[in-house]
Design a protein. Structure first.
Length: 459
């Protein structure tokens, strides 16, 4: 966090366009401090900041900036500096930038890369969107099993400077196929004259380059690793993926799921930076769908118009019935969507889930149904609002609440699983969508039970 005095001093130098003064002042600044300064500066000052800092500071700071700010800087920084930054960036961070720009700008930037870096960029961009291949980096250290520990250590010292991490070293054969991985500590503590093959056990965990990004989140949680190798179908080692990238990915995934649970399409940018027209585009479609769904609620009520006219008292309980069913469904949907996201529940568990939710729905319905019946009975003791048939009305409310809670929990738990089965995002079965669906069916359940129990009395 920058001190106010620091901000004032550097801003004074920037206003005076004192490049030498800026270089001296910013020489030892950390990337996080430079990011804060750049965020608060106008474009002309941003250009001067990048001119004033050294090459290592420049690409580390650029990588730490918000993606939208990275893109905007491409148009204002000198081409030579953009070239240096792009070639120095880690391949995974550069891929995240390149896949978010238009084709014209992409072609211009690819021409700035060295042949080696261009080949890496094109390779990463060629993998399916949202695949692990887009997230991996080819910056790793691989050694051979027939090497001695001494030779391996010398190789690591000579080539490890640009590796993403040195915590884990990979062992490959002469064709590049992954044989094993080993902690660097094991190599450091081993006798210098033994072979690497004496240290390995052939047990390792690897990700497939075409796996969905969610697989990476699941595997990192399962194995508690800081880095995992990425291989193709023939076990050729292609790259690695580190825990910092996965944590960032997990945050994005969970943010999208939370937004979808609220019936909003996922926002790719922070809320305050999303233009109003795009915010409306994200929210309006869902509201229209939910509005049309609620129209069916009105249609259901008009279908039972005769019953409502004969027993107006039934209309008093409509909000109670539909909200109880919707709330029960939303609870179930939220729990199952989270369980699916964390891998706690799979497609094969659908019957176990349904069985648990049937029991839960019946128990919750009994609790709410009992409260509903007692409510009718209590009012009947002091008022004549329900007339002489209050007992039948109370039984109707009690049984209906059992029915709608059971239906709501079953629908809320099964719809996410059905969507996942057909390749859709389970979070799409958001709480408002489940509530709207259960509202309509809840009215049908309510008036069907009322018509059965109150037939010959109120109806």
């Amino acid at each position: 966090m920058l001190q106010q005095q620091q901000k004032e001093e550097i801003k004074s130098l920037l206003r005076e366009a004192d490049l030498a003064g800026c270089k001296a002042y910013l020489e030892n600044w950390l990337p996080a401090e430079l990011v804060e300064l750049i965020d608060e500066s106008p474009n002309e000052h941003r250009v001067l900041i990048f001119k004033a800092i050294n090459r290592e500071q420049a690409f580390e700071t650029y990588e730490s900036l918000d993606l939208n700010l990275q893109i905007s800087l491409l148009d204002i920084l000198p081409p030579r500096q953009v070239q240096l930054i792009l070639n120095d960036m880690s391949p995974d961070s550069r891929t995240a930038l390149l896949e978010d720009i238009d084709n014209d700008l992409l072609n211009r930037l690819l021409k700035l890369l060295t042949p080696k870096e261009r080949a890496i960029a094109l390779s990463l961009l060629g993998y399916p969107e949202n695949s692990i291949g887009r997230l991996m980096t080819p910056d790793y250290i691989a050694i051979r099993k027939e090497w001695s520990v001494q030779y391996a250590l010398d190789y690591i010292r000579e080539n490890g400077e640009n590796s993403e991490t040195l915590n884990i070293i990979y062992i490959v054969d002469d064709k590049g196929h992954l044989i094993d991985d080993i902690k660097v500590a094991e190599i450091l503590l081993a006798d210098l004259h033994i072979k690497i093959e004496e240290l390995i056990d052939g047990k390792y965990t690897a990700l497939s380059v075409t796996d969905d990004e969610k697989v990476a989140i699941s595997e990192f949680k399962k194995h508690n690793r800081v880095v995992l190798p990425v291989v193709d179908t023939s076990q050729m080692l292609l790259g690695i993926i580190t825990v910092d990238d996965v944590l960032q990915l997990a945050e994005q995934e969970y943010s999208e799921d939370i937004q979808k649970l609220g019936a909003v399409e996922a926002l790719e940018e922070p809320y305050m930076e999303v233009p109003m027209y795009r915010l409306l585009q994200k929210r309006a479609p869902w509201l229209i769908v939910l509005f049309i769904g609620e129209m069916f609620t009105a249609s259901a009520m008009s279908f039972f118009e005769h019953e409502i006219q004969r027993a107006v008292v039934l209309a008093l309980f409509i909000p109670l019935i539909v909200s109880s069913g919707g709330n029960a469904g939303s609870q179930a949907a939220t729990l199952i969507i989270r369980a699916l996201a964390l891998g706690e529940v799979g497609m094969k568990d659908w019957w176990r889930v349904m069985r648990r939710e049937i029991i839960s729905g019946l128990m919750l319905g009994l609790i709410l149904g009992s409260i509903g019946f007692l409510r009718v009975a209590a009012w009947a003791m002091f008022t004549d609002i329900y007339g002489p048939h209050w007992l039948l009305i109370g039984i109707t409310i009690g049984i209906t609440l059992i029915g709608v809670c059971l239906w709501g929990t079953v629908m809320g738990s099964m719809l996410p699983i059905v969507l996942k089965r057909f390749g859709a995002d389970p979070a799409t079965s958001s709480a408002p969508f489940i509530a709207t669906l259960v509202d309509v069916t809840g009215l049908v359940i309510y008036f069907s039970i009322a018509a059965t129990i109150l037939s010959g009395t109120l109806l």
